[in-house]
Design a protein around this ligand. Structure first.
Ligand code: PAF
Length: 281
């Protein structure tokens, strides 16, 4: 596997990969790879595609109060996992390559970016949309793979690609979970033993609310119970537990269409997010 850090070398390598006419898939990541990321790589490799993985901890999607400095970085281990998985190329630019002096552009996707994590983390999705646009322009993939764990991010990217006529298929991969149900996340590494146990309340609260709503219970009551479960298990604050239209992410109060239940809450210093599909009867 080649590891590249500058754009001219990347362009040469991509041209060489493309010479055999096979499609190219990009898996954008911030590193600290786990089985969730490797499921994205598995999806990328389907249909004989070449696979490029990017690792870039994007400062533009972290607020000044967030965990940019603490965010886990372990490129050597990541590279070994990607090599073993048959990835062709690791694109690992530095901040100076991604955002050279004078960089002044922002991609902003209104509507779908505004609520949920967009409200809890102002500017976050501008940072994501900007870096993903740059990654798309650098790698020029045919397909890009994202996890459903970051469901709002996936919706923002789908909207952006449609709005800006980007010729890239966006593929979402279901959330990978530990055996006990916790969604895999690089940030789970921050949890101590007691928090790791308490963290299970998040998928359980969402799962319980999903069952209640699918049985016909009122949305408002089911959401209130989920929030109460989280609070009881020490989550503070609960940023949101919200039922949304599955495509637009507009909040809904009646389960009358395909929906997504999304939750975000903080346990100690760790902010966890999760989501599940909710189907109308
Ligand atoms: O999901 C992530 O890891 C990041 O938000 C992404 C898409 C790589 C952009 O920095």
């Amino acid at each position: 596997m080649q590891i590249l850090r500058d754009i001219p070398a990347l362009r040469t390598a991509i041209a060489a990969l493309r010479a055999d006419g096979k499609p190219l898939a990009l898996v954008p990541t911030m590193g600290a790879l786990h089985e969730g990321h490797m499921a994205l790589v598995d999806e990328a490799r389907r249909h004989g595609r070449h696979v490029v993985v990017s690792i870039f901890v994007n400062p533009k999607q972290f607020a000044p109060t967030e965990d940019l400095d603490a965010y886990p970085r372990r490129e050597a281990k990541d590279a070994a996992m990607l090599t073993a998985a048959g990835v062709n190329l690791l694109w690992a630019p530095g901040v100076d390559i991604m955002y050279p002096a004078g960089f002044a552009s922002t991609i902003s996707v209104s509507g779908v970016s505004d609520g949920l994590d967009g409200a809890a983390r102002p500017g976050h999705f501008d940072g994501v949309a900007t870096v993903v646009t740059k990654l798309f322009n650098q790698v020029c993939p045919d397909v890009a793979i994202f996890g459903e764990k970051d469901y709002q991010q996936l919706a923002v990217i789908r909207r952006m690609v449609a709005d800006l006529d980007m010729p890239i298929d966006i593929v979402g991969v279901p959330t990978q979970r530990a055996e006990d149900g916790l969604a895999l996340s690089s940030r789970n590494a921050y949890l101590n033993e007691a928090e790791r146990k308490a963290a299970l309340a998040l998928p359980r609260a969402l799962g319980e609310a999903k069952r209640q709503m699918e049985k016909g219970e009122a949305v408002e009551g089911a959401l209130a119970k989920a929030i109460a479960i989280l609070t009881t298990h020490g989550f503070d604050p609960v940023d949101y537990v919200t039922l949304c239209d599955a495509a637009t992410l507009e909040p809904i109060t009646v389960l009358d269409r395909p929906a997504r239940l999304l939750g975000a809450a903080r346990l100690g210093r760790t902010r966890l997010i999760d989501n599940v599909a909710v189907h109308p009867a």
